[in-house]
Structures are given as C-alpha cells and as structure tokens.
Ligand binder design. Structure first.
Ligand code: SF4
Ligand SMILES: [Zn+2]
Length: 512
C-alpha cells in the first residue's frame, strides 16, 4: 500500500517544538527551602506544558507505538485501513468509522459498521442509497444527521470529485461537508499517512494529564494549544498508528475516572503522575519523620499561566491525575415536553399494528419516523394536554378525536445532547381502518417492521412503555388503575387492499 506523505505538517511540527522550547528563558530561580544548596531549577512555566525535549518526544513515540502494537484492539476499520489497497476505499472505510464513532462507544459501533460496509462497500454504493435506507441502518446510533451528511458528502465525492477522496486533512476539511478538523486529520493520517495530529476527547484527556493542563479544555485557546501539541508529537513514520495509539490510550488506560497509571506506557513522561508521586513521597517521608524537600507542585506562571488551573480552582490532591482535564460547567440541556400517541389497530394476522409518521426533513431527528407527536408548552395541565393532542390527531386525520378517548400510558424521558425530552405517552386503540391523508408520509407497521424502520431510540422507548402497560393490564390479577378499554372487537380486516370506512375507525371514547 502506497501512502502519500505531506511534508508541511512535519515542518509545522518542528516549528511547534521550537515554539515550545522558546519559553525556556522564563524559568524562576529556586533555592532550597532549607537554605542549603540551590534546588534544581524546575522547568520554566510554559515549557512545563509542552514537549520541548526532542529526546523525550522520541521516547514517548517509541513507547506508545510499542504498546499499541502489543495491545491494540482488533477493530474492523483498523483491519480495512491496513489491508485495503484501493486508496479511495481505504479513505471511505476510515471516514465511515470516524463518523460513527463520534459520540458513540466502540462496542456499539462495530455491528453498525459491519452492516454498513457490507451494504455500501464503496462511496459509489453509498451515493446511490436513499436517505430512508441510510436512516434505517443508522437507527439507534443517535445523532442522525451524521448518517445523512455522510451520504450527502459521498454523493459529492462521486459527482464532483470523480469518486476520489481528497488526500490531505486540509482538502478533506475544505471539500467534504460534515468533515471537521478532527475527522479530516484522522482520515488523512490513518488512510494516507499524512503526518498530522488529531485532537478528540481522548487525546484532550491524555495531553492535559501528560502536561498538567488545567485551564478550561473546551476553550478555543486551550484547544489551539492542544492541536499544536498533537501536530508536534505525531510520529512522522507512522502517523496513523500514532494517532490511533493516543486515542486508544485515552479509551482504555488513561480513562476519565480511574486511569490505570501503573500500566501506562508513557507514565514516565506524565507530569500529572509525576506530581502525584512527589506528593506521595513527601507524605510518606513526613510520616516517618524524615526531612524532605517540599514537593515542587506549584502551578507555573503564578496565576497568569493560560494553561494552569485557574487560581480559584487549584490542584486538589484527593483527585490525583484526574485533576486534569477540566472543563467549564456545561450548559444545562433545554427541557422539552412532547405528547405522543400510539395509535394501534389489529393487523390482518391478528397482531397489533402501529401508525408511524415521518418527521420533517430538517431539524432534530430529521426524516425519522415516529408516533404522531406534538411539542407541548411547559406547565400545561393534563386536561389541556389531552385536548391539544386530540386536536393534533384530528387535524392530521380529518376525523374527530375525543380527548377522553386518549389513554395515558406514562412518561418517557430521553436525553438528547442538548435537550432533556419528556414524552407524555398516550395510546388510542382503533376499531377499524382509517383513510389517511396521502400527502402526509405515514404508514402502519407491525412491531417487527417498527424496529426495522428508521425510528429513534426515544420512540423505541415509547413503544416499550406502551407494551409494558399493555402486559400489566392483560396479565391475570394484575389490573391497572389506568384500565385499558376492551380490545377492539369485530375490527374490520386491515389486510392490504381492503379499505375500510373512515367514519367507523374510532372506538367509543373510554374514560382514562
Ligand atoms: S500516567 Fe496515568 S494520567 Fe498519565 S497518561 Fe498515563 S494513564 Fe494517563
Ligand atoms: Zn502553567
């Protein structure tokens, strides 16, 4: 496999290393607290946060890569990246994995990835797929716009770039919609051997610990520094493996809550660990009454260092290395309430069928299918909730729906990245068929078809809540206060080809 190399990143990285070292003259002189010989001069303030020693950088690369070769997880996209001889297919294979892995655990992604690559092994195959197919395969992975954008970008590669993936991080980011700096760096380094770094959540954590960076790691200034560091650190001969190794270390060893420092291949380069060890040594020597030098655990820059923890939140010994990284408090997700109605009828094989409708093609959960739903104003009384939902169903079906006929099932909570969504779930069993507006995308599905459709995880939870309530009500001796009405009796056939009366479809309203 031939892999292109970009010389520009190497030059930039050398510059970054030089810049890191350029603050060497800013160290403070220290004398021994006991008044003896001067203590060794500590690293100068900003140099403490950088990799300024080329020999150390070489050692770190070597140790990390050797560990990666020994311990890396066997993942399908890694196998493809290493064995696929076609450069465009290789780039595509890495691209799909990187998009799926955004915000999603590796263990969840593997099955989706394998199914995706089996169904659309090339950019050309993906470009020909429909959005519906993409949404169906993506269902359950979350952040649905990722699949849609991936497909749009694949179409662009096929129609505007002759089916050829751009080969550098800069071109990938510029030309492919939905490909940001991280994804571009990952594709370019892993697929095309470009010596360019990557910064994702795992890399942020590892670098912040390696170099005691305690300033807000989500701030643009700190992120810029981390990109400089990643570009400086990346191994020139194995950039893709090095980037994956750094991320692998963050995912399996330098984990957020209880990092396995004892097993860490770069522990000797880690300043957070060094700080913890000094504190421990000091504490144990003190315990045994031995004189010990005060550990050098001060922040550098005495309050004005842009990378040290803020003076208001100094190092906390009880946290050890997990002092790093630090983030500004997250904004609370917005609270939303949505009424949703499981409309149920008996299918031609006797089992239940549910009505699902399609969401608009833009916005949250674009193009996915759901039970008819309506966003509610906050603090609405239950009676009013029923009324607005009944109105919504009525407007949608052109048929009166009595609010009292809606049976309350329960509330289902689902957290999207920025929204705390509460679904207020109702059900409405139907006695007959209904003629739906052909202009509104909607369809009846069995339970199996529902799960195979492009429905969100939230809607799967809604159906589960509905089924649970149904089981409660139908199991002997376990009546529920929210008693379901009698099962649809004498329901007309709903087999394909049979059209029933619009006027007879609603059951007589039953009290909730
Ligand atoms: S020594 Fe510990 S904190 Fe430092 S990089 Fe390794 S696992 Fe992370
Ligand atoms: Zn500092």
């Amino acid at each position: 496999m031939t892999r292109a190399r970009a010389g520009t990143a190497a030059a930039a990285a050398a510059g970054a290393l030089r810049r890191s070292g350029s603050s060497a003259g800013r160290g403070r002189k220290r004398t021994s607290p006991r008044g003896g010989a001067p203590a060794p001069t500590p690293a100068p303030p900003l140099a403490r946060h950088h990799f300024s020693d080329l020999a150390e950088v070489e050692a770190l690369r070597k140790n990390l890569l050797a560990w990666y070769d020994r311990c890396k997880r066997d993942l399908p996209w890694r196998a493809l990246a290493a064995t696929e001889p076609d450069a465009d297919r290789r780039g595509y294979a890495v691209w799909v994995s990187e998009i799926m892995l955004q915000q999603t655990q590796v263990a969840t992604v593997i099955d989706y990835y394998n199914r995706w690559m089996q169904k659309w092994p090339t950019l050309q195959a993906l470009a020909q797929a429909s959005l519906e197919e993409v949404n169906e395969l993506w269902a359950g992975l979350g952040y649905y716009s990722r699949g849609k954008r991936l497909q749009e970008a694949a179409r662009k590669v096929v129609s505007e770039l002759g089916g050829h993936m751009p080969r550098t991080a800069e071109a990938l980011q510029k030309l492919l919609p939905g490909v940001g700096r991280y994804t571009a760096g990952a594709i370019a380094s892993i697929s095309y051997g470009q010596a360019t770094g990557v910064v994702d959540g795992n890399v942020i954590r590892v670098l912040c610990r390696l170099r005691c960076i305690g300033a807000d790691s989500s701030s643009p200034a700190v992120i810029d520094r981390l990109w400089d560091m990643a570009n400086a650190l990346v191994d020139r001969s194995r950039p893709g493996d090095f980037n994956q190794a750094l991320m692998e270390l963050g995912a399996t060893v330098c984990v957020p809550k209880a990092p396995l420092c004892g097993e860490c291949p770069v522990k000797q380069h880690c300043r957070a660990r060094c700080r913890v060890e000094k504190e421990l040594a000091f504490a144990s020597q003190k315990l045994f009454g031995k004189p010990a030098p005060v550990p050098d655990v001060e922040n550098c820059g005495v309050g004005d260092c842009p990378l040290c923890p803020p003076a208001t939140e100094p190092w906390d010994s009880s946290l050890g290395v997990t002092n790093f990284p630090r983030k500004a408090a997250k904004k609370q997700p917005r609270a939303m309430r949505t009424a949703t109605c499981v409309l149920e009828r008996r299918g031609c094989r006797g089992g239940p069928e549910y009505l699902i409708v399609q969401r608009p093609s833009s916005g949250l959960l674009a193009g996915l299918w759901e039970f008819p739903s309506l966003q509610l104003a906050q603090d609405l009384q239950e009676k009013k909730e029923r009324e607005v939902l009944a109105d919504h169903l009525q407007a949608w079906m052109g048929q009166p729906v009595a609010a009292k006929g809606l049976r309350f099932i329960g509330e289902v909570i689902h957290i999207f990245s920025h929204i705390h969504q509460t679904y207020v779930v109702y059900s409405l069993p139907l006695d007959g068929d209904v003629t739906l507006d052909p202009a509104s995308p909607s369809r009846w599905v069995t339970e199996e078809e529902f799960h195979a459709s492009a429905v969100s995880t939230a809607m799967k939870k809604v159906l589960k809540a509905h089924e649970k309530q149904h089981r409660k009500e139908t199991s002997p001796g376990k009546g529920s206060k929210r008693k379901r009405g009698a099962k649809p009796q004498g329901a007309g056939s709903t087999c394909p080809g049979t059209q029933l009366s619009l006027h007879a479809f609603l059951r007589a309203p039953t009290a909730p």
